[in-house]
Design a protein around this ligand. Structure first.
Ligand SMILES: [Ca+2]
Length: 533
């Protein structure tokens, strides 16, 4: 079905390969390698921000999305594709193939006042394609860290980054919290007055036309639309006068329409370059639509920030004309964590390791309709918009447990819903009072899953802590990696008892750091006791 992965140049032959038989064989290998690379598919990931389940034409929306509909007609609809309920965790899962809960990027998005982001140790999907010889580019919104040098796209596998680090960046001024937030590879660029969705589409098209055509590319385009702030060209808003005026619905529709037009230009660019047949295009939304800002998820229950289906089950399509028959619908569960193992497998790209991945390779299901059983339960969580109000869900086979947890000062209330999600995808029948044993098992799975969250990871906040101020320019406010230490060295003393006491609440540090800290604590205790004798 697929060409095999290209071989790497032989490190042993770097100096004298021209003069040896070994070198001759290596040269042959390199020629074969570059022709294999030329056969490998290009990858384009198009990510919408807060697009509702019902807000695409192929789901019956009044919003015009001919380009997304074209992808659905020419590709395979991933009908049960799950993102997380909010922006940053979805992006963390997409980039790493790992559960964002373990990365500490789960309960809340990364706000401007946070210094949370991807670890320098994470192997990203961009790293993997780059290691295999791909050129890599990101155009659009990052939202996975903006304070430390290792957190930004150019340090996480992207050769080229054009876009913004924050979320909620203004579509015309390109500012967030008053700070300028538009850059190219770490240097601010100024395009004030130009509509951000147009700029993103233009840059993605430029990249496709001006790339090195001899090697394949991995292009990730996380659009800023239709996320707030609710802004769109007036003429496009007027096109949707028949829609309700309330909840920004007309502006939201115009933002989706504008994004779809740019997707159309990107698809046109692939056609013009003659590469559409061997390019995998994956389109999906990073979470469900927000009802407050005009998104519609019906008939699914709930919305962005919630773990009912409307918050997490999103429109998704994959197209690869050379390999996939158009017009198909795949109904097995796929999660955003699966994208990295699936696309690398489909493209024949070598994964250095799959040991730490939480996602599954779903390519056999997409390509051949084979069942891919999920090895472990899938969980989602969010703590927006209200700190202390936590929405969680865990899926295990046909069962789904939803909890809404309200943390009070003196008590915590937990509201529970148990759904047979395969029979009841719109979550109308709650079985929590009828199946005590299943409920108990799902609660246990939920507890085991949640305690993997690092205690210092993101939790919900609405505003910055007192005294915080934003930089004038976000691109200039990233601390360069050369000014950072290679790893965190805690100088506080932590006993094994302290670690054990926190275990049910969440992971304090990774196991290696934990062992090191316990050892340091013991050493310190021994020294103190010797000194006191
Ligand atoms: Ca989002």
């Amino acid at each position: 079905m697929k060409s095999s992965s290209p071989a790497a140049p032989c490190p042993a032959c770097k100096n004298n390969w021209k003069f040896s038989l070994h070198g001759f064989l290596c040269a042959l290998l390199l020629i074969w390698s570059s022709s294999a690379l030329a056969r490998q598919p290009n990858i384009v990931i198009l990510l919408a921000d807060d697009l509702g389940w019902a807000d695409v034409g192929y789901h019956g929306s009044p919003i015009e999305t001919p380009s997304i509909d074209r992808l659905a007609a020419e590709g395979v609809q991933l009908d049960r594709f799950y993102s997380t309920p909010i922006c940053s965790p979805t992006r963390a899962a997409l980039m790493t193939g790992r559960d964002p809960l373990k990365l500490g990027i789960a309960y809340d998005q990364i706000h401007p006042w946070y210094n949370v982001g991807l670890s320098p140790k994470e192997l990203t999907i961009a790293d993997v394609f780059k290691l295999d010889g791909y050129q890599t580019a990101l155009v659009g919104k990052w939202h996975l860290g903006h304070t430390l040098g290792h957190q930004v796209p150019n340090a996480q596998g992207f050769d080229h980054f054009w876009g913004h680090l924050q979320t909620n960046t203004d579509f015309y001024t390109h500012k967030r919290e008053g700070g300028h937030d538009l850059q190219e590879n770490g240097k601010s660029i100024h395009k004030s007055g130009e509509y951000l969705t147009h700029l993103e589409g233009r840059e993605a098209v430029r990249f496709i036309h001006e790339r090195d055509p001899k090697i394949p590319f991995f292009l990730y385009v996380p659009f800023t639309a239709p996320h707030s702030p609710m802004q769109a060209p007036q003429a496009t808003i007027e096109k949707y006068e028949s829609l309700p005026k309330a909840s920004f619905r007309r502006t939201y529709a115009a933002m989706v329409d504008e994004m779809d037009q740019q997707i159309g230009l990107i698809l046109d660019a692939l056609d013009e370059e003659g590469i559409a047949g061997n390019t995998i295009v994956l389109f999906f939304s990073d979470n469900g639509g927000s009802n407050i800002f005009g998104g519609v998820n019906l008939p699914l229950r709930g919305q962005k920030g919630q773990t009912f289906e409307g918050g997490v089950r999103v429109p998704a399509v994959i197209r690869w004309p050379n390999e996939l028959q158009g017009g198909g619908v795949m109904s097995q569960m796929v999660t955003v964590m699966d994208v990295m193992p699936t696309l690398t497998k489909a493209a024949g790209v070598r994964m250095p390791t799959t040991a730490d991945l939480d996602g599954l390779n779903m390519w056999p299901a997409i390509y051949a309709g084979r069942p891919v059983p999920r090895i472990r339960p899938v969980g989602f969580v969010s703590e927006i918009p209200l700190p202390g109000v936590i929405h969680t869900a865990i899926y295990d086979g046909r069962w789904k447990l939803v909890q809404i947890i309200r943390e009070g000062q003196t008590q915590t209330d937990v509201q529970e819903f148990l759904f047979d999600i395969e029979a009841d995808p719109n979550e109308e029948m709650d079985f929590s009072h009828r199946h005590a044993a299943i409920l108990a098992r799902m609660r246990r799975l939920m507890s085991e899953w949640r305690r993997q969250h690092p205690m210092a990871g993101t939790r919900g906040t609405l505003v910055a802590h007192p005294g915080w101020v934003a930089p004038k320019d976000w691109a200039a406010a990233v601390t360069p990696t050369r000014l950072l230490q290679p790893e965190w060295k805690s100088e506080l003393s932590f006993s094994k008892e302290l670690f054990d006491a926190t275990e049910k609440r969440g992971v304090l540090v990774d196991d290696r750091t934990k062992r090191r800290m316990i050892e340091a604590h013991r050493k310190r205790s021994r020294e103190q006791s010797e000194n006191s004798r």
